[in-house]
Design a protein around this ligand. Sequence first.
Ligand code: ADP
Ligand code: MG
Length: 768
Amino acid sequence: MMRRKNDNKRYFTRMGTRKKVHAFVRVKPTDDFAHEMIKYGDDNKSIDIHIKKDLQKGFVNNKQTDWSFKLDGVLHNASQDLVYETVAKDVVAQALDGYNGTIMCYGQTGAGKTYTMTGTTENYKHRGILPRALQQVFRMIEERPTHAITVRVSYLEIYNESLFDLLSTLPCVGPSVTPMTIVENPQGVFIKGLSVHLTSQEEDAFSLLFEGETNRIIASHTMNKNSSRSHCIFTIYVEAHSRTLSDEKYITSKINLVDLAGSERLKKSGSEGRVLKEATYINKSLSFLEQAIIALGDQKRDHIPFRQCKLTHALKDSLGGNCNMVLLTNIYGEASQLEETLSSLRFASRMKLVTTEPAINEKYDAERMVKNLEKELALLKQELAIHDSLANRTLVNYDPMDEIQIAEINSQVRRYLEGTLDEIDIINLRQIQEVFNQFRVVLSQQEQEVELTLRRKYTLIDKNDFAAISAVQKAGLMDVDGHLVGEPDGQGFGLGVTPFSAKPGKKAKSKKMFKEQLSTSARKEGASSPVGGKDLDFSTSKTQLTPSSKEGDVKDMLMRDRETSSTEPLPLDSPKEELRPPRPSTPPPKPVAFEDFKNERGSEINRIFKENKSILNERRKRASETTQRINAIKREMDMTKEALNFQKSLREKQGEYENKGLMIIDEEEFLLILKLKDLKKQYRTEYQDLRDLKAEIQYCQHLVDQCRHRLLMEFDIWYNESFFIPEDIQVSLKPGSSIRPGMVPISRIVSLHNYLKTMMGFQQAHRK
Ligand code: ADP
Ligand code: MG
């Protein structure tokens, strides 16, 4: 729903409803009024015409004798005052709220168009719509001290499709070199070359109006053009800016007051030359005017023929469409003029059917908008400063972040993800946004790293590529669940290969079937089973044996454990015994075993791992402190710069002193310069330190990663050797024995063991 302003207090009223073109009829007073033929309705809104039979002879092919015209008002014996009130007052008032308005006088020559529009210049009482409109505009401006309103006027005459500036004789208007043209731009339509005059008061506007009127009359003498044979458009341009500077919206509007050329049709005979030419132009332009207005009222029409003639083109943004439109038809009251009167009334009733949809011409003052936004910004910054100091949050910097600050946030995010940093303190919105940003950066880096590691270690196969999968399964590289077994680089032995009778290439239909198969085969082997003849809990052992285990994974644990809890034991009660405890019937969960491992074989590597981590943490802490110092120095530099600027402005205000080409500055300014230089030096040193630290951190991080990897690898070997390799074979794996831990894949050891057992005649597999 659109709204429109109406006056100072009542700013908006409902709008968006379609309005009709208002059509009025004004009858020229006469002593010879055709009472029998012209009758007014009681409501003064209709006219009935009745033609007597004998008169009708003159009307070719027209058998009709009675017409009834419904209008918005019939002005009969109406004073100029009443005409203005009825026809123009609202249109002018709404123009000050941003609606374009057009008032046109239509009718045959002598019927009173000019009288209605301009009035008689010699009698103030008989002044027409034009002077009254100017008066109303200026009066309304006075009533609106809240707005700075400017008024401009122009006076255009269109004669035989040529444009004339009726105010071109004013001293301020230079001689026009090129003929006037109608130009369209996004702001609307304007006439290039037509002088537009700023008028700050009523008197100025009146004098312009008289100038134009005089010129119109003079031209009819010097240029031999009949003044009633031309269209005249007097335009009042209004632009209203709110005096409240924060209001960047402003409105513009035009009031077009149009005195049309006489609409009478030329008698068939006797016209020639100039008169014929004039009549042809007038007929054409008036019929184009009608076409354009009717097209505007037709919502289905998207093309309006505005450019067909100068009149409609010049009035393009002021006809129908989004403006208030009034058509005043001037008619004679005499019987002898009935034919033209009828034609004029027909035109009026056609116009009355047209609907328009007035809209405000609202524009934005870009410069004001920027200024207001700048002001708002400064105010909000101040507000923020106050807020910070009240909340004891001093020295928060809200400026855009520099490289170092962003790097620091990146480091925070990394530490947060790793678990070395419990939380990231919220400082301001910009910082929060940067934290999120860095999360994204770190995440995408990690994704790439993970993929790279996986690709280096494994051959990735598309899950939907069944041919490739079956090929891999045939080659024994993948179990039926799609887990890759074994590792191509030979590092991860002991993981993944099922140590029991699940034969490579043997297809099982489901995971469940596969598990059943495994457990039966394990049961069959009974006491000879390398794990002591008991059923294995495959759900655990499988997790432990596949490289991509999820829960209870030591890798996960290590990541969690990383750097923070390195000194604390895991929240699991793990017995810490010097000697290896007797082998349990089922292998302990990996996290528990890991604790044992760290105290046992892994103690040395674990110590190195912890040491490296603490060095890394220490370096990180130092880097963070250095970053903070750098930020503090930077802030101080900013402050010093500001103080220096202030001193400089003071110096400039007080006048500058020069001595032999050298600027004399006072001690305060000099000290500030020294301070700034010193700060700059500090900044550089700290920055260099930070860079060195960053390099060190990177190196330490690498060491920690390597240690972690090593620890894990050793643990896996230890775990498998401790819980999956038969005790008798473990002897040969003891330190000082021939086989070094991790040298032979566990699968090989186990199958070798089985083979040996068979050879030695142990047939315990069938023993219950
Ligand atoms: P138009 O502009 O339509 O050709 P004018 O406005 O020039 O007609 O009117 C012709 C004459 O009639 C003028 O002398 C004018 O003063 C006079 N006249 C027109 N209408 C009225 C009226 N309502 N009251 C008094 N005089 C009128
Ligand atoms: Mg006239």
